[in-house]
Design a protein around this ligand. Structure first.
Ligand code: DSN
Length: 413
């Protein structure tokens, strides 16, 4: 008997419900994935019990031998995987990684320049409601009004005018690659640090399917649970000259004790990402996203930037007479889980939106390939274009369940 079923049947039943949902619906939220049983085992391990404030060989608690070994292993693996001079694997999340990076490089009140939230940027890149917009003078760059790609000439002009101390490259809903050398040259011209937040595409970088930002950037921040397919958490890579400042900004600057069970799971995730099969996985993510984009374009959907270079697609729903909120609800009813998302210059607010963000990291982990992407595009078209009647959505939901039963490569089972 699983002790949880005896000790807390209520939570046990909720977990069973989550497993059922993860395995019977298509998980197409771009920032989600299925981590492996090995990652889940390390994350659910006895390291949950241990306090290890400090860093390997320099702890504030006794009996940290295994903690030192596992953290050093995670550090070494992260450095090797990304060819980085220094790694800090303690940030609890991408947000705390960004907070620590800012506090390491900047004084409160200094200027930062990040991608506008409304153009696909992230809250921690200077949104007014976030610490990044409250602690720093936040300025934003946006995308070209027609191509919806980053306009590097416009970015250079904005940087010359604003004179930020830090420029951030990275986003939550940008379907194209970043030109890191263009960012570096703009930073050099205006005397700014370059921070690359690779949270979304860290797995693609690890698998060689996206340019590596480590050389161009002063600091790279990331999460481990998106395309990288590890536990929920963050990490930071940087040049050796910033190592001390980054370490002391993470601990004791932003956090207390590291989550050693998550650090152990990060070590496993970096190990998995070093395997040759992970290169195939990363390449397949991009091929799947491009196949899904092509199939949606064939069905007359408008895609922001006209397609994708990475793991995600942003559908502009304005020609479908449907909001992002309606589309996401209809899709969930059909067994396809995605999220509403603002599009550049969205006329609707963030609770409604005119866009739908679709990601393929999780379905690629399950083993789906290009034919399944065309299959999914057809169901998306049926779900969004039909009359939305419960009968049609239920029919699609059954078809989706049958598809999911054939692809059980996910980590949840
Ligand atoms: N909330 C994440 C996403 O869905 O993109 C980013 O942190």
């Amino acid at each position: 008997m699983n002790p949880l079923t005896q000790i807390d049947p209520e939570v046990s039943a909720i977990l069973a419900d989550e497993i059922e949902r993860e395995t019977s619906k298509l998980q197409m939220i771009a920032s989600e994935n299925f981590s492996s049983p090995a990652v889940l085992e390390a994350q659910g391990s006895v390291f949950t019990n241990k306090y290890a404030e400090g860093y390997p060989q320099a702890r504030y608690y006794q009996r940290c031998g295994p903690s030192d070994t596992v953290e050093q292993l995670a550090i070494n693996r992260a450095q090797t995987l990304y060819q980085a001079q220094h790694a800090n694997v303690q940030p609890h999340s991408g947000s705390t990684a960004n907070l620590a990076a800012y506090l390491a490089l900047l004084q409160p009140g200094e200027k930062i320049l990040g991608m506008d939230l409304a153009a696909g940027g992230h809250l921690t890149h200077g949104a007014h409601a976030n610490f990044s917009g409250k602690l720093f003078q936040a300025h934003a760059y946006t995308v070209h009004p027609e191509t919806h790609r980053i306009d590097y000439d416009a970015l250079r002009k904005t940087a010359r005018k604003v004179k930020p101390r830090l420029i951030i490259a990275g986003a939550s809903a940008y379907p194209r690659n970043f030109d890191f050398s263009a960012f570096r040259s703009i930073c050099d011209e205006v005397g700014a640090y370059l921070l690359v937040d690779m949270a979304h595409f860290a797995g693609l970088v690890a698998g060689g399917a996206h340019p590596n930002p480590v050389d161009a950037a002063d600091v790279v921040t990331s999460t481990t649970h998106k395309t990288l397919r590890g536990p929920r958490g963050g990490f930071i890579l940087c040049k050796a000259e910033h190592a001390r400042k980054i370490n002391s900004a993470v601990f004791p600057g932003v956090q207390g004790g590291p989550l050693m069970h998550v650090v152990a799971a990060k070590a496993v995730c970096f190990h998995e990402a070093m395997q040759p099969s992970f290169r195939d996985y990363a390449r397949q993510i991009v091929s799947n996203a491009q196949a899904l984009a092509a199939a949606l374009l064939e069905r007359k959907f408008d895609l922001v930037t006209g397609g994708t270079d990475n793991h995600l697609i942003l559908v502009d729903l304005r020609n479908q007479n449907m909001t992002g909120a309606e589309a996401a609800a209809r899709l969930e009813e059909s067994g396809i889980v995605a999220n509403k998302n603002g599009i550049p210059n969205d006329p609707l607010g963030p609770r409604v939106t005119s866009g739908l963000r679709l990601g393929v990291p999780a379905v690629t982990t399950q083993g789906m390939r290009e034919p399944e992407m065309a299959w999914i595009a057809e169901r998306i078209a049926r779900a969004l274009r039909g009359d939305g009647g419960a009968g049609e959505l239920e029919k699609i939901r059954h078809e989706v369940r049958e598809l999911c039963e054939r692809f059980t490569g996910g980590g949840a089972s």
